[in-house]
Design a protein around this ligand. Structure first.
Ligand code: HXC
Length: 510
């Protein structure tokens, strides 16, 4: 018996050694952890249960039959993050560059299927060279199996992809179909075709970092929802994110014991909005002051900074926040901001996370660049996302809510359950200057008349009361009381039920 146990231990040790000491050292020298070290950091201590540790590839071409490494380049299993079940697969770059073979794909597929059966989130840690070149179509078939499962799981369990090394070819499309992608600065990159192919096809000379580094995807392409300085910080932030996420689309949001009273008022909010309507202020200050313990997990922070999205908690329960940011482009809605917020609203709706929307928006961004770039369809994505949402929607207009953007930003008309305004709110078709120049064009030569007309317009329209008189705004609230009012509204809406007509699926303007 002892012999058998020793043999098992020896086989386990061989599998844990991955591609061997030298390759592990190279991995460390590059500032990267190994697959197993990463899993240790992501999961609660000693909670990880590894599966398929002894799986080997079945390839017999190019001398591969002589090179077999237990595990075949991916570590898979499940464990807990702060006590909640999470499934994980981590590409092991030290084994065939983490490349995907038929059996490697089979291990990922098994974990995907288990995660779906258990209705628990799945995290993929990527550090890999794409399809196992020696396997050809068997590897491509494997990718297809993974992709299909990503799509079936979408909207059922949260799927998170973390890019911690190279990620090219087949490896980029699975992350692209998951809910979130995060990257590590300087050590990770993502692209469909690498710099060499780019040079051959387009003659463009570009480095891997310039083509698909973390800054490219977090700031320009919006492929990544965030970037972190190193593996450790990244994985600790993933633990923080997972704490906000429901286990699945019917579990409801997690409930953590709140240390912050729901009735807490914030007197400083009474002076957050400056007297001058053109002066910016930081909407994140409002978010941080209303969420439990000031804990806010922002997504896509570096992209379309004119809108802020992320998770906070009210009374210990996850809440999605969407807020126009007056500090950037005056909080205007453009194509990027609309896409960013639309995707977030759809995630929240899919997983039954209530949404709080803070509105200070001067409208949609005019101009050829926006129109040629498809602003109509991109703006419609956000309108569509809010209009189809059946989760609790609570909206607070802090200042401007002009034009179509008023409708789009979770207005009463498209499904807002509670629509509040601060006394500083201005709800109108447009700002005073633009409005007066159009409706009193004949007076344009007379500055006194124009000034009087502007004052008249401001007094009549630039307030929350016209909307409140119609019931479009449920109440005009004191800024300091925002948190208690949100808490009460969200508590009341916990059982919200909305039936939409049956259909195969909608036709979101993609
Ligand atoms: C088999 C691979 C591999 C692969 C890397 N390795 N990629 N083995 N298949 N795709 C192996 C190397 O042979 C090497 O083995 C080890 O992994 C480390 O690779 P290095 O090249 O030494 O490392 P590095 O210099 O860091 O470069 C990493 C890399 C590079 C940029 C990822 O290896 C690379 O370009 N790989 C090929 C990428 C690629 O074109 N993949 C196919 C994409 S097509 P040893 O034994 O020496 O340690 C694709 C199609 C799917 O994925 C499409 C589905 C939609």
């Amino acid at each position: 018996m002892k012999d058998i146990i020793d043999k098992l231990e020896a086989r386990r040790a061989a599998a844990r050694a991955g591609g061997g000491k030298a390759r592990i050292e190279t991995q460390h020298k590059r500032g990267k952890l190994t697959a197993r070290e990463r899993i240790e950091l992501l999961m609660d201590r000693s909670s990880f249960e590894e599966l398929d540790m002894f799986v080997e590839h079945r390839s017999g071409d190019f001398g591969m039959e002589k090179q077999k490494i237990a595990g075949d380049g991916v570590v898979t299993g499940y464990g807990t993050v702060n006590g909640r079940t999470v499934f994980v697969f981590a590409k092991d770059f030290t084994v065939f560059g983490g490349s995907l073979s038929e059996t490697h794909a089979g291990k990922i597929v098994k974990i995907q299927d288990l995660a779906m059966r258990a209705r628990a989130p799945i995290v993929g840690l990527f550090d890999a060279g794409g399809a196992r070149i020696q396997e050809g179509v068997a590897a491509l078939g494997g990718y297809g199996e993974v992709f299909k499962r990503n799509v079936i799981a979408s909207g059922v369990i949260p799927q998170i992809s973390v890019i911690m090394g190279p990620c090219a070819g087949g490896d980029v499309y699975s992350p692209a179909m998951t809910d979130f992608i995060f990257m590590v600065r300087d050590t990770s990159y993502m692209f469909v075709t690498g710099p060499d192919v780019v040079k051959t096809v387009t003659n463009e000379i570009v480095t891997a970092e310039e083509l698909g580094g973390a800054s490219v995807h977090a700031q320009k392409s919006s492929i990544a929802d965030g970037a972190y300085d190193n593996d450790v910080e990244c994985l600790l932030q993933m633990r923080r994110l997972i704490d906000f996420l429901p286990a699945n689309n019917s579990s409801g949001v997690p409930q953590w014991p709140p240390l912050d009273k729901a009735e807490r008022e914030e007197p400083s909010l009474d002076t957050l909005v400056p007297d001058n309507p053109n002066k910016p202020y930081d909407i994140k200050e409002l978010i941080l002051k209303v969420v439990d313990e000031g804990d806010f997990f922002e997504l896509s922070e570096a992209f379309a900074r004119n809108i802020v999205v992320g998770f906070g908690r009210i009374e210990g329960r996850t809440t999605g926040f969407v807020a126009n940011q007056p500090m950037v482009l005056a909080g205007v809605l453009d194509s990027d901001a609309s896409r960013k917020a639309a995707r977030f609203v759809r995630f929240c709706d899919a997983f039954n996370i209530p949404i709080v929307t803070f509105v200070d928006v001067p409208g949609f961004l005019p101009g050829t660049a926006q129109e040629y770039g498809g602003l109509i369809k991109h703006g419609a994505k956000l309108l569509f996302a809010y209009s189809q949402a059946t989760v609790p929607l609570v909206t607070v207009i802090t200042r401007k809510a002009f034009g179509g953007a008023y409708d789009v930003m979770a207005s009463k008309h498209i499904g807002g359950d509670f629509n509040y305004a601060w006394p500083t709110a201005q709800i109108a078709v447009m700002g005073a200057k633009g409005a007066v120049e159009i409706i009193f064009r004949a007076d344009l030569g007379d500055p006194d008349k124009i000034a009087a007309r502007t004052r008249e317009y401001e007094e009549r329209f630039l307030s929350p009361f016209i909307a409140a008189e119609r019931g479009y705004i449920d109440d005009v609230i004191m800024p300091r009381a925002t948190r208690p009012r949100l808490a009460r509204a969200l508590a009341m809406l916990r059982g919200k039920t909305v039936e939409l007509p049956g259909r195969k699926h909608d036709n979101l303007p993609v």
